[in-house]
Design a protein around this ligand. Structure first.
Ligand code: NAP
Ligand code: MG
Length: 455
């Protein structure tokens, strides 16, 4: 029996929609429909599949403002971020629309015949999405999965299903055949877990917490099911004394407080070289205090609320009454799950704010002495997802970029995600990569065919 879930606006705490949550049987039925349409979808010619994905991209583009408004209401994202997120879905679809016609194999020299490789679709791909970036993260899975000829079942986060449901409708309107891409709202432990246990699903593409990711990986092992995991992070923003400190400080708040810190790439540790520490903190304080934490639907808003009361309680644990708060930004009073940008310093190295993912607008600032010290501190975490280096020394930039154990890192920039380039984690931040030119490989099986030509 499916149940109903009230969807809440985190900036106002008002109920904005009711969505039915599917159960395990509903999930199995959807998977059976997915299996039924798989042969026809695989057989769509590369040119036609490319055209359908381009139409899907156009439909998402036409709905940009509608999707963005829906995300502001459901997730509390700032309107400017939400427009970017809907635009990212369009871009990912358009980028992978180029793939069906370029899914090349190889011809390999062998004796006694001719040898080719093919990239075959895996079959049905199950995508499980977290609540922090409902639109982009969904598309990083379904874009390349559909392009490679798979059918897709997608479970949005229980808290944030609305944009995914709308994107599912847009796919149909754009001409993607029925049941090729199905959005299945429901609880992770029910719908998401059924993706893992249902043997008809060939691959799980999971983004979320490291704890749930470990369970999913173990569950997939039972069936040797393909799995990619994009998990947590504890990224470092490393600021050397020779850097453009004004630029580093002006940018640093957004590297951790964007999306209210609910970002797996959040640089929730800022490492500052000793000689520049006092000057950096002065500049950083004024930058943090000027972050506009207001109604996310306001065009000027730079940070909205947290997603839920539970998330606010979890983030608050990192700032107990005796926490070393250096300074804070502001946040609205009253309804909504607001939490002000908070800077902790000096922080003992063993404290949870230094060691654990926070997933909220809280950052720990730490001092380092030299390059070796910075690298050692940056790597002193089980995670390895993202990070930044600020320096004017090109040699140092490359040395440190190579030495930090992380899937992506930027120099003199805090950007993490570009749809043209690979994204994913070292260590406990995940397995596999999304986006970029190689993502298709994770949604295909490599087949080798040998044809004997006789002697
Ligand atoms: P989560 O609790 O792990 O949930 C992620 C998704 O998994 C949700 O859809 C959830 O469903 C589902 N789920 C929960 N238990 C499940 C189970 N037993 N089997 C199958 N699916 C299950 O993570 P979250 O709290 O939504 O998101 C925060 C975490 O995601 C953070 O740790 C963050 O770092 C990580 N994250 C990583 C990336 C990345 O790319 N590396 C990106 C974004 C977020 P429900 O909605 O019912 O809980
Ligand atoms: Mg969770």
């Amino acid at each position: 029996m499916s149940t109903a879930r009230a969807v809440v606006n985190p900036a106002t705490e008002e109920v904005i929609a009711t969505v039915s949550q599917l159960d395990a049987q509903d999930t199995d039925e959807a998977v059976a429909r997915s299996a039924a349409v798989l042969p026809a979808w695989r057989a769509v010619s590369p040119g036609d599949r490319a055209r359908l994905l381009r139409r899907f991209a156009e439909a998402v583009d036409d709905a940009n403002e509608e999707l963005a408004r829906l995300e502001v209401a459901n997730s509390g994202h700032t309107i400017s971020n939400a427009r970017w997120e809907a635009g990212n879905v369009r871009d990912v679809l358009a980028y992978y629309a180029g793939a069906p016609e370029r899914l090349f194999g190889r011809q390999i020299p062998v004796s006694g015949g001719v040898d080719f490789t093919f990239r075959e679709p895996i079959g049905i791909v199950g995508i499980v999405v977290p609540w922090n970036f409902p639109m982009p993260i969904a598309s990083w899975g379904f874009g390349p999965a559909l392009a490679a000829g798979n059918t897709v079942v997608l479970k949005p986060a229980d808290l944030t299903p609305l944009t995914a449901i709308r994107i599912g409708e847009l796919a149909l309107e754009a001409g993607i055949p029925e049941h090729v891409f199905q959005v299945l709202p429901g609880r992770g432990s029910v719908v998401g877990w059924r993706f893992v246990t249902n043997p008809a699903i060939g691959k799980i593409c999971f983004t979320g917490s490291t704890d749930v990711g470990q369970k999913i990986m173990a569950g997939c092992a039972e069936q040797v099911k393909r799995v990619t995991l994009e998990l947590g992070g504890k990224s470092a923003n490393i600021i050397f004394a020779d850097s453009d400190l004004e630029a580093a400080a002006a940018s640093a708040p957004y590297a951790v407080f964007d999306n209210a810190g609910q970002d797996c790439c959040a640089r929730s540790r800022i490492l500052v070289q000793a000689g520049a520490y006092e000057r950096f903190m002065e500049l950083f304080e004024s930058a943090v205090k000027s972050v506009r934490v207001i109604d996310p639907s306001d065009e000027q808003s730079e940070m909205g609320p947290l997603i839920s009361a539970e998330q606010r309680a979890a983030v608050s644990c990192f700032v107990p009454d005796d926490a070393p708060v250096a300074f804070r930004g502001s946040a609205p009073e009253g309804a909504g799950f607001w939490f002000p940008p908070t800077v902790l310093a000096p922080v003992p190295l063993q404290s949870p704010a230094v060691r654990e993912e926070i997933f909220g607008p809280v950052v720990a600032v730490l001092r380092f002495e030299d390059e070796a010290d910075a690298i050692r501190m940056a790597n002193d975490t089980p995670y390895g997802l993202s990070g930044s280096i600020w320096t004017r020394d090109l040699g140092r930039a490359f040395r440190v970029a190579r030495a930090v154990e992380t899937g992506t890192i930027s120099v003199n920039s805090n950007s993490s995600v570009r749809y043209w380039t690979p994204f994913g984690g070292f260590k406990r931040s995940g397995i596999g990569r999304e986006l970029g030119p190689d993502a298709l490989e994770a949604f295909t099986e490599l087949k080798n065919v040998f044809v004997a030509t006789g002697s």
